[in-house]
Design a protein around this ligand. Structure first.
Ligand SMILES: [Zn+2]
Length: 366
């Protein structure tokens, strides 16, 4: 047998395997981890554990480059921050990309609920051009928004291809940089419970990756604004904000972008059905950044606070619904905690000493 025959067969075999591997690889989120100096081996392992929880439930075929750092002292009360690169997309293009990528019943309802045309309206307040008076807290309808503010990861979920950038402080081009403060003590292994006096490190990273994926609200840019500005300067309406409603905004058939203490909720059908509640803002709302679920509600991993000695929420169906309608393809269901576990968590939240620490995404540039 001529020696050339064997390599040829081998080559065909290898190509066949590569094709199979490629077919398998189209079904999942992939994360490229970059660990910045100061991130211990222990922390790196826990970060990979948190990342694997997301890659096991998100089926969109994209690769994200995320930088992690756990050696810096963040402000007191802050456990973690996420700084994403952001892109603005025309609303009409966003809607058509969402429709193209629609894979679930929730996606179909969500796409149908979005206003047609090139713009959308929103309820807003505290602006310099509020008809009720400059800076008034009275909500009013701002009709002409034309762009959607997307985290780099969210934009990739919608099929956009681009280079990451170094602006969020990444080692090289990246989609987001996640920092976990070195100010506090952590338990890096949640599988045997969380040691009293420490925080659930994997849980915090799980939460921060959720922000990178696009669980953020531009309402924080309004809530935290230090100067009075016109509505037109608050352009950071995220994909998630397109499903942010209140009873008042639903009555006007627009989303709710106000910073105040009225209840805001996720609605995938134009405000008609009230989904899980959102936090309302640190300054003008309920005290928690709007880029979260409502505090103490047990809705999911994107709750604003975590307590010492308690394992943080796992990824819930509410978390997945939010990511699903902003452009991700997710598994259809996650195992929910047993009723007994939910009850115990509820008791801990009510009776436990509040040692919660705020966790938030970086403040988005408005
Ligand atoms: Zn957060």
């Amino acid at each position: 047998m001529p020696p050339v025959a064997r390599p040829a067969r081998l080559a065909r075999f290898v190509i066949a395997c590569a094709a199979l591997a490629a077919a398998g690889a189209t079904q999942a989120l992939n994360i490229n981890y970059t660990f910045l100096p100061g991130t211990s081996e222990q922390a790196q392992q826990a970060i990979r554990m948190a990342g694997a929880e997301w890659t096991s439930v998100i089926k969109t075929d994209v690769t994200l480059t995320l930088d992690f750092e756990s050696g810096l002292r963040l402000s007191s009360g802050l456990l973690g921050t996420t700084k994403s690169m952001y892109l603005d997309m025309y609303y009409g293009e966003f809607r058509s990309r969402l429709a193209q990528g629609s894979t679930s019943a929730a996606d179909a309802i969500a796409v149908a609920s979005l206003p047609g045309g090139a713009n959308f309206g929103r309820l807003i307040n505290l602006t310099a051009d509020n008809p009720a008076g400059a800076g008034s807290a009275t909500p009013y309808v701002d009709p002409g928004r034309t762009t959607v503010h997307l985290s780099a990861a969210n934009a990739r979920a919608l099929g956009l291809q681009f280079q990451g950038n170094e602006s969020p402080g990444c080692a090289a081009a990246c989609d987001a940089r996640i920092d976990i403060s070195n100010r506090y003590a952590y338990d890096y292994d949640p599988t045997d419970g969380i040691t009293p006096g420490t925080f659930d490190f994997v849980g915090i990273v799980r939460h921060e990756i959720g922000h990178a994926l696009g669980f953020v609200s531009g309402v924080d840019s309004l809530d935290l604004a230090s100067t009075l500005r016109p509505a037109g300067s608050f352009t950071a309406v995220t994909a998630l904000d397109l499903f942010r409603y209140s009873s008042l905004s639903a009555a006007s058939h627009v989303i709710d972008f106000t910073a105040d203490a009225r209840h805001k909720y996720l609605s995938i059908d134009g405000g008609a059905t009230m989904g899980p509640e959102f936090a309302e803002g640190e300054v003008h709302g309920d005290g928690a950044e709007a880029s979260h679920w409502k505090d103490g509600s047990g809705i999911g991993v994107m709750a604003p606070y975590i307590e010492q000695g308690v394992a943080d929420s796992r990824i819930t169906s509410a978390d997945l619904l939010a990511l699903d309608v902003i452009g991700w393809t997710t598994v259809s269901a996650v195992p929910e905690p047993a009723p007994v576990a939910l009850f115990a968590l509820g008791l801990a939240a009510i009776a436990g000493l509040r040692l919660g620490r705020r966790r938030g995404p970086s403040r988005m540039a408005a």
